[in-house]
Design a binder for this molecule. Sequence first.
Ligand SMILES: Cc1cc2nc3c(=O)[nH]c(=O)nc-3n(C[C@H](O)[C@H](O)[C@H](O)COP(=O)(O)OP(=O)(O)OC[C@H]3O[C@@H](n4cnc5c(N)ncnc54)[C@H](O)[C@@H]3O)c2cc1C
Length: 485
Amino acid sequence: MKRKRGQFDFDVAIIGGGSGGFAAARTAAGAGLNTIVVEGGEEVGGLCILRGCMPTKALLYAAEVKHLAEHAKTWGVRAGKVSFDFAKVMARKNAQIKDFADYRVQQLKAGKFKFIRANARFLDAHTVALNSLRGSGRKSAPFNQSRLTSAATISAKNFVIATGSRLAPSPLPLFDDVGFITSDDALTLKRLPKSLIILGGGAVACEFAQFFARFGVKVTLIQRSGHILKEFDTDAGTEIEKVFRREGIQIFTGTKLLDAKRKGKLKTVSFDQSGKTISISAEEILFALGRIPNTATLNLENAGVKTENGRIIANSKMQTSAPHIFAAGDCTGPHEIVHIAIHQGEVAAHNIVNPKLRQTDYRLLISVMFTEPQVAFVGLTEKAAAARGIKFLAASYPFNDHGKSLIMEAKDGFVKLLCDPKPGEILGGSCVGPLGGELIHEVVAAMAKRMTVRELAAMPHYHPTLAEIWTYPAEELAEQIPAKK
Ligand SMILES: Cc1cc2nc3c(=O)[nH]c(=O)nc-3n(C[C@H](O)[C@H](O)[C@H](O)COP(=O)(O)OP(=O)(O)OC[C@H]3O[C@@H](n4cnc5c(N)ncnc54)[C@H](O)[C@@H]3O)c2cc1C
């Protein structure tokens, strides 16, 4: 590229305007760097807003309202026969997503950094080619002025790659012939299928399973590992399996997919479970087995950026194998969730600005699944602590013996605390229960301040609240910790 040595169009170019890219741009521009964000999506907003966190939670909340109305008689309330209008359920979700996306558009257009819409690919370590978007002009009115009409290039001293993830290919090629829907498709359905096979047992699979089941779809969940939610402790997976079965969801765990066929209007999946071949038929198959890093078209080899199975390899400072190029979010992992993408984006931008490099910190890693009961953890699970050889004490308390949850008839689940056996510092917390995703933040705050179980137990908790349930395992553990002299 023709440019004077050391002269670049921008101090930093950020590729991808989702959660990670936006966080990096805000931080870099806030520190006074001449920053550009290049966003190549058909729509602007990123995965979380458009097809991830927000639309799924909007749908799950609708399912929760319906479920509560159907069970109103528990509290002596007559709600009559509960019915629903699926088109309206989807329309409300769509309207909310539009609002969230419009707000993100405003933030990106606020003028703090330059924002253009194009697909970027590296020509060399400091230059990217910008290709105009396919279907130019659709769904993008606010950005027409900044859309590229032909290929162009920009150079930058530093880059942050934040290109997110894309849907993983199907597990067996024959699924492509049989046909299936993905989480993206599930969010735009015009009508509900009568029956649905869900492949996968992670958070996305479980959230969709409960949403569809609560709206009357006959759901079968097929999972390869021995329990659903394998990143959580087994007690969490077991509790959700119990609730799902009670709600009519059929679950098969410890399976190996063998075959898929289509006959008439039905699709059949065959799998092995403990040496037995089982076949399940349904109107549709939802493939929820995950996503892969979105890096294939970036020509990373031209920039000297190394990958492993498509994932950009980055150190704890979010620096790639090319030290002036950083990565953030789902394209690098290892935890594909929003607060981590934001943290990594901020760390990357900070490290471009400051000579004193900052490191990512996953000590307070949070994970939440928004089913009912919700499932959440922060810090260490028992499984993770054991795998890392970390000594801990653990204590749990069930929601079926707690005042506020009994009032709410929310008797499934438990809370669990893990602490260091000597000083009693809290190492992790889990919650399977009502509003678990909210309740877990008490433990996040306690861990952020490196509190001990004794300090948590001594903290005032208003009665009767769900939150006071944390005091029971905290007290139980505090009794086992040697007192300070
Ligand atoms: C169904 C579902 C539910 C989820 N629920 C949750 C949840 O409840 N909580 C949670 O924390 N996480 C959830 N997630 C995960 C979360 O959405 C992601 O971890 C997060 O959005 C990733 O942010 P990101 O910035 O890395 O990527 P993205 O938001 O995907 O942003 C990447 C951007 O890069 C752009 N891009 C890609 N290639 C190029 C290119 N070559 N040039 C220019 N631009 C490019 C894309 O268009 C995109 O806008 C969910 C995911 C799914 C699929």
